[in-house]
Design a protein around this ligand. Structure first.
Ligand SMILES: Cc1cc2nc3c(=O)[nH]c(=O)nc-3n(C[C@H](O)[C@H](O)[C@H](O)COP(=O)(O)O)c2cc1C
Length: 204
């Protein structure tokens, strides 16, 4: 049973969450878990100027995703930072190359799930995830979120991401806040939860 985690990250927050999602998925016996990142679209000089070039070196070793990589997965967990309340262009560009898969019904019946990161607490975590779900539904995927059985999403005694739609983190407007232990635990939950369901559906 294969679980693929496909992400884009500009400053490393989503990458850190993706590693936690992968850790959780690997806890499920028989799960073959792979991390992939979608290609960058921003030019090198702009990345350099914003500090993203340096941040992206940390996960430069993670292979680039090709649309066909999705075809043999049983579960796919997508990670994207928020851009104006939606997924980032790099992820949209990747998904817009999955028309061939759509034409072959290649993703129908696979488990799909999404996690995200925003700069501010109310900057669009829910809209980013639920609008992402629209694309997954067009592909015929079965949407899995993060049920309230993951009780860490009730946390109010500290600032924390986490939603029934999927794991989230808050990066702060200047990107200085990395995912907290509470948020990483929820990301691990999401990975484990998706892998458990994908395993049942795969009958393995
Ligand atoms: C063009 C642009 C638009 C953004 N829009 C939002 C937004 O709507 N709401 C928000 O809270 N943060 C917004 N952000 C902040 C990013 O979501 C934040 O940098 C990201 O979550 C950090 O994750 P990463 O390090 O994995 O890239 C935006 C950032 C950029 C560059």
């Amino acid at each position: 049973m294969k679980v693929k985690i496909v992400f884009y990250s500009m400053y490393g927050h989503i990458h850190r969450m993706a590693e936690a999602v992968a850790e959780g998925a690997r806890e499920v016996e028989g799960a073959d878990v792979e991390l992939l990142q979608v290609p960058e679209l921003v030019s090198d000089d702009v990345l350099e100027e914003s500090g993203a070039k340096k941040a992206r070196e940390v996960f430069a070793h993670i292979p680039l995703a090709k649309p066909d990589d999705l075809a043999d997965a049983d579960g796919i967990i997508f990670g994207t930072p928020t851009r104006f309340g939606n997924m980032c262009a790099q992820m949209r560009n990747f998904l817009d190359q999955t028309g061939g898969l759509w034409a072959q019904n290649a993703l129908v019946g696979k488990v799909g799930s999404v996690f995200t990161s925003t700069g501010t607490q109310h900057g669009g975590q829910e809209t980013t995830i639920t609008s992402f779900h629209t694309t997954l539904l067009h592909h015929g995927m079965l949407i899995v979120g993060m049920p309230y059985t993951e009780t860490r999403q009730f946390t109010l005694d500290e600032i924390s991401g986490g939603s029934p739609y999927g794991a989230t983190t808050i990066a702060a407007p200047d990107g200085s806040r990395m995912p907290s232990e509470n948020e990483l635990a929820m990301a691990r939950f999401q990975g484990r939860h998706v892998a458990t369901i994908a395993k049942k559906l795969a009958g393995t």
